[in-house]
Ligand binder design. Structure first.
Ligand SMILES: *Cc1c(COP(=O)(O)O)cnc(C)c1O
Ligand SMILES: [Zn+2]
Length: 434
């Protein structure tokens, strides 16, 4: 009988007391209960696993949440750890050096809204995170898992931003980092990783090739935490904080419509999970909301499947300037389709030229310089309005996930000095600038 007790999960207050594999300390993963298969519901102990032992479906963190109040959250730090009770991290997480991302601005975007004919629009601006993309959120959670699992190497395959975030967080944590990128990656994204680590590895191949290599290394080497491979369930939970913050910053309520970029699809699925958790915990009122996914046409396997009305996502070879979204075989693509269909949203894609226009539109209406991923999201927002897929009367949030300084080439041909003049008033007047 006593063995059965050990298997059963107790109620909420303290957590994960069972000494799971590898001598985890008590509460290593906070209120997380287990890893649960998204397909068949099988639960396995919290640890460095990502595929279901029964059906190979993706594992996701499941929790026994205690009662959580708005006041408790509001009293927390101005970063993602204010939501630590809802994440797979220990309750003393703030004591470990990390990049402390999150609680970025939610800006009311009156000019962009007016330009597009939207009554109420906000930009959630994640370009101001420590390494200038939303990836700092997921990496902070992955770093915590790597620590608790006593990993010796902190690593990732990356389309660029993830490598920046892993290298920076690893430097702060004092753990050895190795980051893998496609060798054709934008120079600024390479430098933004290499400043933090001597172990930036450029691989001759596209992201999907780099990812395959990472899985191989993870299988061969001991003690490596690949943030988006073997600790992916913990990593992915970090994206929930985007959803929590949007709701809290709107005054503890859900928006009507959200437009989110899709690479692997993880972020989009976790914003939806965050909204559902907030409702289940009684932190926001239940209401309908629509989730929209944004892709660049040159890598749009999810959008293509959405438009074809199928669940079968056919992998593609990416060919787009939106390199941070260039995942040709998206792991969470089918869940993105399900969420966008179920909530009454859509998945849409735009050309590289429209991506550039999206970057300039956001810059010139709101003073926010986004990278190609944000250009994609803003461009798709515009297309959704123009094609009548988005309701212009409803409150809409668009997520800017990255920073334009990392993808300068995308717009450097399109903008520049209006004139080059001699240093004299007459020359200025003659140039006819104003
Ligand atoms: C990684 C990334 C995304 C998308 O992330 P997924 O969770 O893989 O869909 C979006 N924007 C930027 C800037 C990124 O770096
Ligand atoms: Zn399963």
């Amino acid at each position: 009988m006593s063995t059965a007790v050990a298997e059963t999960t107790t109620t909420t207050e303290t957590t994960t007391t069972a000494p799971a594999a590898g001598g985890l300390r008590e509460g290593a993963f906070g209120n997380a209960r287990a890893l649960q298969c998204r397909e068949c519901g099988t639960e396995v102990a919290l640890g460095p696993q990502y595929a279901c032992p029964e059906c190979f479906g993706p594992l996701e963190v499941a929790y026994d949440f205690p009662a959580v109040t708005r006041e408790e959250i509001e009293a927390g730090p101005r970063n993602i750890w204010r939501y630590k009770a809802l994440l797979p991290v220990p309750s003393d997480i703030e004591e470990s050096p990390n990049t402390e991302p999150g609680f970025t601005r939610l800006l009311e975007a009156r000019n962009l809204g007016a330009a597009l004919g939207l009554r109420k629009l906000w930009v959630k601006d994640d370009s101001t995170n420590p390494t200038n993309s939303f990836k700092d959120r997921v990496v902070a959670c992955a770093l915590s898992a790597a620590r608790e699992l006593d990993a010796k190497v902190f690593a990732c395959p990356s389309t660029g931003n993830l490598a920046n975030a892993v290298a920076a967080a690893g430097a702060r944590a004092g753990i050895k980092t190795v980051v893998f990128i496609p060798s054709n990656l934008e120079q600024p994204k390479q430098v933004n990783s290499a400043v933090y680590t001597d172990r930036l590895v450029a691989v001759d191949g596209n992201y999907d090739d780099v990812n395959k290599l990472a899985s191989e290394i993870a299988g061969e080497e001991e003690g490596w935490a690949f943030v988006n491979v073997n600790v992916r369930p913990f990593y992915a939970e970090g994206s929930k904080t985007l959803g929590y913050e949007i709701a809290e910053q709107l005054g503890w309520r859900l928006p009507d419509q959200v437009v989110i970029p899709v690479a692997s699809g993880s972020q989009l699925t976790k914003v939806d999970k965050a909204f559902q958790e907030l409702v289940a915990l009684g932190l926001v009122e239940d209401k309908p909301y629509r989730i929209f996914g944004a892709q660049a046409t040159g890598c749009s396997p999810v959008s293509v499947a959405y438009k074809a009305g199928t669940d079968a996502i056919r992998p593609v070879k990416p060919d787009t300037i939106a390199k941070s979204l260039a995942i040709g075989n998206p792991a969470d693509g089918i869940y993105v389709l399900d969420i966008c269909r179920r909530t009454g949203g859509a998945v849409e894609d735009i050309s590289d030229e429209e991506v550039r226009e999206g970057i300039l539109l956001l810059a010139r209406t709101e003073g926010i310089f986004t990278e190609t991923a944000g250009g994609t999201t803003v461009g798709v927002l515009r297309k959704l309005v123009e094609t009548g897929q988005l309701d212009t009367e409803l409150e809409t949030v668009v997520i800017n996930t990255g920073m334009g300084l990392k993808t300068l080439d995308a717009v450097s041909d399109r903008v520049g000095a209006a004139a080059t003049i001699a240093p004299s008033y007459d020359a200025f007047v003659a140039a006819g600038i104003v």
